[in-house]
Design a protein around this ligand. Structure first.
Ligand code: ATR
Length: 272
C-alpha cells in the first residue's frame, strides 16, 4: 500500500493541499496518497491517533489546529518552537515530529521565485498573531538590516520583538509610529484582508524597488496589495507562492526529496 498523508483542518473542503501534493508526488515519482481530513474542533488528537493507527506517515495541519498540533508533537523543530505552532507532523513510530514550514515557504518564494535578496534589507511585518510568529525566525535568518513588527495592539508587537531580539535587530511599533519610515519589504501577516480591510498605514512607506507581500491570496488584489500598487511598491505578491512552497518544504521533511514549486504554482493560477 502507498504511504498515507493528509491535511487536517476544519473546514477543509477548500484546501488546495491534496492537489498540490498529488502534483508533487507525480513530479518526483514518489508513491504516496494524500487526502483531506475534517476533524471536529474538539477532536484533533483523536483524529490524528486514528490516522496514525491506520498507518499514516505524516500530516499537514491547518486552521484551527496549529496549536493543537504543537501540543501533540513529542519533538519540535526550532522553527516550530519559535512559531509556537505546527503545520507539519511526521510520524516515526511512537515519536511525532512537529515542524513549521510556513516561514521557510515565504522566504523561498521571496528569494527564489521573486528573486528578492533579503540580506541587508529593511523589513516591516504587519501583525503579531500566529501568522506573524510563523514567519519571523526564517525572515531574520536571512539577515535583513532591521525588522519592524507593527500591530494594532502594540503590546503584542512589543512582546514578539522581545522574544526574537536574539535573532536580529527587531523593533516594535504601532501603525502611526511608522510615519517617515521606508521599507524594502512589507509583509501583511494580519488577517485584515479577510474582512476586506487594511491596517492604517501612513503613506510613502515603500522604498524604491520595494516588495509588498500579502500572506493572503485570492482573485485580484487584496486591499493591502491595492494600497501597495497605489503607493508605488515595485513588486506585488500574494500568498499563493508561499502556500505551494510551504507544501514543498513539508514534502521534503517527509520524503527527503524537494519538489519544484513553480509548475504547481502555475497550475493553481491557471485553475483560479
Ligand atoms: P493569524 O493566525 O491569522 O495571525 P490571529 O492570531 O488572530 O490570526 O492574529 C490576527 C492579526 O491580524 C493580529 O495581529 C491582529 O491585530 P490585533 O493583535 O491588534 O488584534 C491583526 N488584525 C486583524 N484585523 C485587523 C485590522 N482590520 N487592522 C489591523 N490589524 C488587524
Amino acid at each position: 500500500m502507498n504511504d498515507q498523508y493528509a491535511v487536517i483542518g476544519n473546514p477543509i473542503g477548500h484546501s488546495k493541499s491534496p492537489l498540490i501534493h498529488a502534483a508533487f508526488a507525480k513530479q518526483t515519482g514518489q508513491a504516496l496518497v494524500y487526502s483531506a481530513l475534517l476533524a471536529p474542533v474538539d477532536g484533533f488528537a483523536q483524529a490524528v491517533d486514528a490516522f496514525r493507527a491506520a498507518g499514516g506517515r505524516g500530516m499537514n495541519v491547518t486552521i484551527p489546529f496549529k496549536l493543537d498540533a504543537y501540543r501533540y508533537a513529542s519533538d519540535l523543530t526550532e522553527r516550530a518552537k519559535h512559531a509556537q505552532a505546527v503545520n507539519t507532523l511526521k510520524f516515526e513510530g511512537a515519536r511525532v515530529l512537529g515542524d513549521n514550514t510556513d516561514g521557510a515557504g515565504l522566504v523561498r518564494d521571496i528569494e527564489h521565485n521573486l528573486g528578492f535578496n533579503l540580506a541587508g534589507k529593511t523589513v516591516l511585518v504587519m501583525g503579531a498573531g500566529g501568522a506573524a510568529r510563523g514567519v519571523l525566525l526564517p525572515l531574520l535568518a536571512c539577515k535583513p538590516s532591521a525588522l519592524t513588527i507593527a500591530n494594532r495592539t502594540p503590546q503584542k508587537a512589543l512582546d514578539l520583538a522581545q522574544r526574537f531580539a536574539a535573532h536580529g535587530t527587531v523593533r516594535a511599533s504601532d501603525y502611526a509610529g511608522l510615519a517617515g519610515d521606508r521599507y524594502d519589504l512589507i509583509v501583511n501577516a494580519t488577517s485584515s484582508s479577510l474582512n476586506e480591510q487594511l491596517p492604517p498605514l501612513p503613506p510613502r512607506l515603500f522604498a524604491p524597488g520595494a516588495l509588498a507581500y500579502d500572506l493572503m491570496y485570492g482573485k485580484g488584489l487584496t486591499p493591502f496589495l491595492a494600497f501597495a500598487e497605489a503607493n508605488h511598491a515595485q513588486i506585488l505578491a500574494d500568498g499563493l507562492g508561499m502556500l505551494v512552497e510551504q507544501a514543498a518544504e513539508s514534502f521534503y521533511v517527509w520524503r527527503g526529496v524537494r519538489p519544484e514549486a513553480q509548475p504547481v504554482m502555475a497550475l493553481l493560477r491557471n485553475a483560479a
